[in-house]
Design a protein around this ligand. Structure first.
Ligand SMILES: [Zn+2]
Ligand SMILES: [Zn+2]
Length: 353
């Protein structure tokens, strides 16, 4: 098989240092390998990970970095051996663009937990040529076809974008713990992830409670489909729901004490951390002796992500989004730090110019 060698010129936005902010950046994408597709990006959601990576909050960013892993667009070209996608197809890319596809985890459809390391959509290392991957704040991207999802016709391309990270990150644990009618699910944190968790859990038939420190989100929680609202600083209210929930979906993205949520769980109930909170404060293990599960979950596999998109199309589930222009991304980051977004920014890539 021949390999196309022509690279594609790309325009995008990159951070060039921890305090540079995001600015226009020209770079190239690799020419198509046999199993690659070229995608013209129409939309890209903004995830908290983008902001942390751009600012090197996790200490492992190499610059320049083009963030973005909630990508939707249209197929513009395909490699010679591509069978899954055709030019013009509505497609999407999430948090990973490759994995070994041969280890036990990959074979189970858990590419995100690939034993040889999945390749992140940005800041990852290409398995073949060792180059650094760059993300979706750009006008086009090249990706191995097996890591390209199909966007169902019923989903708007802007709405679909946040599903690729915020959506699958909350959908996957709800499915894994078999949430359905009769389940009692609490969602902690009502941001980009949390609001999707509420919508998914409600659509799956669960009784959904939003956990929050203050009253301020009560009305929003109800509007998103939550049945109840529990204020975590109200000791009596928390005590009244002790041992009540099958699952706590913890989406809080900053360091915090997870112990109060363990009290809320039934025997065999699980608190699933899906937000990156770095080091946890000390935890008394006595809290786990009620056969409670404290665990974490990262995005979802490719097949599961496709199922999630189809579930959203079938049930009419879409994220609450605010569309922005590409040149508004720095302001958007600042607003995200203040939790001033309901609930996900999506960049309209036509504004990239
Ligand atoms: Zn993300
Ligand atoms: Zn693997």
């Amino acid at each position: 098989m021949t390999q196309a060698t022509n690279e594609y010129p790309v325009t995008g936005y990159a951070a060039t240092s921890p305090d540079s902010g995001m600015a226009p950046f020209d770079f190239t994408r690799r020419g198509l390998r046999d199993d690659d597709v070229l995608i013209d990006i129409t939309h890209c959601g903004i995830c908290h990970s983008d902001l942390h990576t751009a600012r090197n909050d996790w200490g492992r960013t190499t610059y320049p970095i083009v963030p973005g892993h909630e990508i939707t667009g249209k197929v513009a070209a395909v490699g010679e051996a591509v069978t899954r996608h055709q030019v013009g197809d509505r497609v999407a890319i999430g948090c990973m663009v490759d994995s070994c596809k041969q280890c036990d985890h990959c074979k189970q459809g858990l590419e995100q937990y690939c034993k040889n390391g999945m390749v992140g959509t940005y800041g990852g290392t290409d398995r073949h040529d060792g180059s650094k991957t760059q993300g979706g704040y750009s006008n086009r991207i090249v990706c191995r076809e097996e890591f390209v999802l199909k966007v169902p016709a019923a989903l708007d391309m802007a709405d679909a974008a946040p599903l690729l990270c915020a959506g699958i990150t909350t959908y996957s644990p709800l499915r894994n713990w078999k949430v359905g009618p009769g389940s009692k699910v609490a969602v902690a944190g009502l941001g980009g992830l949390g609001h999707m968790g509420v919508k998914f859990a409600a659509a799956m038939g669960a009784e959904v409670t939003v956990l929050s420190r203050t009253e301020s989100k009560r009305e929003d929680a109800a509007a998103l489909g939550a049945h109840d609202f529990l204020i975590t600083t109200d000791k009596d209210a928390m005590k009244a729901k002790s041992g009540y929930f099958d699952m706590v979906l913890n989406t809080i993205p900053v360091r915090h004490n997870v112990a109060p949520y363990l009290h809320l769980l039934k025997v065999d109930g699980a608190q699933v951390l899906v937000g990156m909170i770095d080091m946890m404060p000390e935890l008394h293990t006595g809290l786990l002796l009620g056969r409670k599960i404290l665990t974490g979950s990262g995005i979802g596999g490719i097949e599961e992500t496709q199922k999630m998109l189809e579930f959203c199309a079938e049930k009419g589930i879409t994220p609450e989004i605010e569309m922005i222009r590409m040149d508004e991304v720095n302001e958007a980051y600042d607003r995200m730090e203040e939790s001033d977004v309901k609930y996900r920014f999506v960049i309209d890539m036509e504004t990239l110019g």
